[in-house]
Design a protein around this ligand. Structure first.
Ligand code: ADP
Ligand code: MG
Ligand code: MG
Length: 883
């Protein structure tokens, strides 16, 4: 077992490929050495040692200790210094470094090896006593806090106190003598608070720091971070021990951080900050305001403090050169840390830099065009989920925000509008051309229309999977859910915030990206769908195999989806069309009719409405495939529920309220999800399916005439479990098709298929495929029926499941590959065995989830279908899945 890998002096034992073993920091330090860049020599203790440490009651094996000592000797040779020696002492930094960058880990300890004796030697050697004592006090501060566990505020208080006593503002103003006073008080505080003195043996200091890095792997911050980011505990952290270089050695020394390109805009311009006469974290800690690295950035920021470019032109030139080399080498934007000691540049870290979604797009496109990466690599580099941020208006970052409350960022984008408290008001306002935010305690299916009419949705109760959140995400409408500090007073039509009370009609802005609720209208930035976004999409489209369709029933959604690049409609839920004003009553008439004749009379009124809906959709889709699902939900969803509503509906339909109540009660079901719905309705009331089929075919004829583009409607029968169910309904559809074709004298092509949303259908796919010309996996229902979990009731216990680790992910968000996934594979394989050209698609919410889309690619589906705003995400994810 090799525990230690050394680097420095022009070469390294490890390299960037050794990331798993050396951690990200160690691997890249080794890589930079191999590239011949100036890196202070050091050693990396491998991640396996961390596991060993925990497996052996937190002890460090002798073999490791020996390898570290050998590594130290090598560092001594390269630097010409000696660890713990009183002439030219070697000082060390001890740095953690896991495979994945992990902010929860131990802070770096700098200047290790300083003692009451070596500090004298260091000052003497450098010819600068102030520098030596400044380094020593930093070391005691860090070691005392990070390794010994004394709260850093204790040190800060002492320092503030002493600075005031000596009449200084800045740390850099303290003299060697003055630092010695501070140090004496630091040591006293440690002895007093911890009952042990500050270690004066450099070896003891070193093992203390190494042990602290290992221990920090299990600290609460790190454990939380790992859980949030799915990082396994077994990975462990590496430890980097490196020779110190000093940015605090007077005014020709400095330390800084930089990005090779601008991480927020993506501009190809070096971006970074530095401080003169400073060490390590001073730059980010905000003790002093850092200066710009480039002259260009200095001018742009209006700063009058000199840039590194002006101040240390030679070190700057070398640094920019290294930036270019590293970016070329890694073929990605780098985030760098460096130090300049008396004019000499040292590189201390490089890694791929974090960036905003917008910058990621720009960098990927630019780098592909510069020839640094291929177009495929550019496509692969964009996180599909991050596109969400770019498809919606966002609050102008320069705008002033007056926050009145906050909830969960349930659906991205920002929206401004007048407060309304009911869906009716939202619809009414939309008709008058006013923009509104629908504010509710929580929403229910009856609010669908109000939600559609609103610019944004704000609820005071409910989580990320509440009705409001799920529906808003599907519609692409911004939503903040569960804003618990706000209270809705419905009776007085007030929204009560801490420190502010707003009335109906007052304007608010919600930010679905952050969860903030803001007072008034705030300036927004509109999404940019061309430019870099357009290029990436173009390249993605060139590589993907699967088609991307959309779930849409309204013309607005269909148009939005087209503008996002949808290649057809994968799911048009016809029932949504019946909820509309003026239609719901005809629908109720049909449901309440005593017999078939009565039903047919009402259906005859619905026919032209449905037909015109379909004509519009077909025209928007202009020859692209459109899958229309026959009526799916149980009929009682269309009926009134409360006494009040019943009285109202009875009056408008000239129906007896008592009788209406009876009819409503008769349609009540104990478990409507598994009740009288889907194809079961079409079998009980074939006239409904016939009307819908007629509307579809007549619309197809008309759209073909109007646009000249042939429409091939795909009629989808929901909730089929038996082939005989499908056959019964298909026979009705075929009969209607024949009639319409004869009447119109136009030949129409169409497909009849089914949703696969019951386990039985998946298992009997080879039989069902004898009749079905396509399958669409309705994975919302298939997940419900496979797990036997009702989606509408799941939020309570699923949250517990997630917390307790019973399930890793919400199966309604990411497809359950093992169970539901296997059913999909079975159905795809058996279905295609019967019918080689069986068209396969997915239309559940999973169709917009990148990980699920990968699965669909592997299962060989022909297309995925998702809500309009997820279409670009799906296009990108489908391209990545195809690599
Ligand atoms: P983090 O992972 O938090 O960035 P690092 O291990 O990179 O922690 O250390 C933080 C800072 O400490 C570095 O940016 C650098 O300024 C300073 N530092 C680390 N090692 C050395 C060293 N050998 N010499 C001088 N400064 C160092
Ligand atoms: Mg760092
Ligand atoms: Mg379904």
């Amino acid at each position: 077992q090799k525990w230690v890998y050394t680097f420095g002096g022009g070469s390294a034992e490890g390299s960037a490929a050794g990331r798993d073993l050396l951690g990200g920091k160690g691997a890249n330090l080794a890589e930079m050495c191999n590239l011949g860049l100036p890196v202070p020599p050091g050693l990396t203790i491998v991640t396996d040692a961390c596991a060993h440490y925990y497996a052996n009651s937190r002890t460090i094996p002798d073999s490791l200790k020996n390898e570290v000592r050998a590594g130290l000797r090598r560092m001594e040779e390269v630097t010409g210094r000696t660890f713990g020696h009183n002439e030219r002492p070697l000082l060390l930094s001890v740095r953690s470094g896991a495979r994945a960058s992990m902010p929860g880990m131990m802070d770096t300890v700098l200047n290790l090896g300083l003692t009451d004796e070596t500090v004298q030697a260091l000052g003497h050697d450098a010819g600068d006593a102030r520098f030596a004592w400044d380094s020593y006090r930093r070391f005691i501060q860090m070691y005392g806090d990070v390794v010994m566990g004394l709260d850093h505020e204790v040190f800060e208080e002492i320092l503030e106190d002493e600075k005031a006593r000596f009449g200084h503002e800045q740390d850099t103003e303290l003299s060697a003598m003055e630092w010695q006073h501070v140090i004496a008080r630091y040591k006293e505080a440690i002895a007093e608070e911890l009952g042990e003195s500050f270690p004066q043996d450099p070896e003891v200091q070193l093992w203390g720091a190494i042990g602290a890095v290992f221990s920090s792997w299990m600290n609460a911050r790190a454990v939380t971070y790992r859980t949030l980011h799915n990082i396994p505990a077994e990975w462990g952290t590496a430890v980097n021990v490196q020779a110190m270089v000093f940015g605090n050695l007077g005014n020709s020394s400095a330390t800084g951080v930089a990005f090779t390109r601008n991480p927020s805009t993506g501009d190809n311009a070096l971006y970074g900050e530095f401080l003169v006469n400073a060490q390590g974290e001073d730059v980010v800690a905000g003790i002093r305001t850092p200066q710009n690295i480039t002259e260009g950035a200095r001018i742009a920021s209006g700063s009058d403090r000199p840039s590194l470019e002006k101040l240390m032109p030679e070190a700057f030139a070398e640094f920019t050169d290294i930036c270019t080399r590293l970016e070329r080498h890694y073929r990605d934007m780098q985030d760098l840390e460096f130090t300049i000691e008396r004019g000499k540049l040292w590189m201390l870290q490089t890694r791929s830099g974090k960036r905003t979604a917008k910058a990621a797009l720009k960098m990927a496109v630019d780098m592909a065009e510069e020839g640094l990466i291929s177009k495929e690599q550019a496509v692969a580099r964009i996180d599909p989920a991050s596109l969400d941020q770019l498809l919606h208006p966002t609050i102008d970052p320069r705008a002033r925000r007056e926050v009145i409350g906050a909830g969960l960022p349930a659906s991205p984008g920002a929206a401004t509008g007048e407060i309304v408290f009911t869906s009716e008001e939202a619809v009414h306002a939309q008709e008058e051309g006013r923009k509104v935010i629908l504010v509710r305690v929580e929403t229910s299916p009856e609010d669908i229309h109000g939600m559609h009419a609103a610019e944004g949705i704000l609820t005071t109760r409910g989580g990320m999977t509440s009705h409001a959140a799920v529906v808003a995400r599907g519609m692409g409408i911004p939503c903040v859910s569960g804003a618990g500090t706000l209270r809705v007073d419905l009776r007085n039509e007030l929204l009560i915030a801490q420190g502010a009370t707003l009335k109906k009609g007052d304007v608010i802005t919600i930010d679905g990206g952050s969860g903030q609720v803001l007072k008034g209208a705030i300036p927004m930035l509109q999404p940019e769908l061309s430019g870099d976004f357009g290029r990436i999409m173009e390249w993605a489209d060139a590589t993907r195999r699967m088609k991307v369709r959309t779930n849409a029933e309204t013309p607005a959604d269909a148009r939005a989806a087209r503008s996002f690049g949808a290649e057809g409609i994968g799911l048009c839920r016809t029932e949504h069309m019946f909820f509309e004003d003026g239609r719901i009553n005809v629908m109720r008439e049909m449901i309440l009719a005593g017999d078939e004749t009565g039903r047919r009379t009402a259906l005859a009124k619905l026919l032209p409405m449905q037909r015109s809906d379909f004509v519009e959709l077909f025209e928007i889709m202009h020859g692209l495939p459109v899958t229309i699902r026959l009526l799916d939900p149980p009929l009682h969803e269309f009926l009134p529920k409360t006494d009040e509503e019943i009285a109202e509906v009875a009056a408008s339909l000239a129906f007896d309220p008592a009788e209406l109540r009876q009819r409503v009660d008769a349609l009540h079901e104990f478990n409507p999800m598994l009740g009288h719905r889907g194809c079961r309705l079409a079998i009980s009331y074939p006239e409904i399916a016939e009307m819908q089929a007629r509307a579809i075919f007549e619309a197809a004829c008309q759209a073909a005439r109007d646009t000249g583009a042939a429409v091939v409607p795909e009629i989808m029968v929901p909730l089929v479990g038996l082939k005989s169910e499908l056959d019964y309904v298909k026979a009705r559809i075929d009969a209607v098709a024949k009639e319409v074709i004869a009447e119109a004298g136009v030949e129409i092509e169409y497909l009849v298929g089914t949703m696969i949303e019951l386990p039985r259908a998946a298992l009997r796919a080879h039989v069902i495929a004898e009749s079905a010309e396509f399958f669409s996996f309705g994975t919302n229902d298939l997940t419900q029926t496979t797990f036997g979990i009702s989606r509408d009731d799941a939020s309570q216990f699923l949250t517990t499941y997630l917390q307790k680790g019973i399930v890793e992910r919400d199966p309604f968000v990411q497809l359950d590959f093992d169970g539901v996934g296997e059913l999909i594979q079975i159905a795809a394989e058996r279905g295609r065995r019967t019918r080689g050209d069986l068209k396969l698609g997915i239309c559940g919410e999973h169709g917009g989830d990148p990980a699920s889309i990968h699965f669909c690619e592997e299962a060989g589906l022909d297309y995925v279908s998702c809500s309009p705003f997820r279409v670009p995400i799906a296009r990108l994810a489908a391209a990545q899945a195809a690599f």
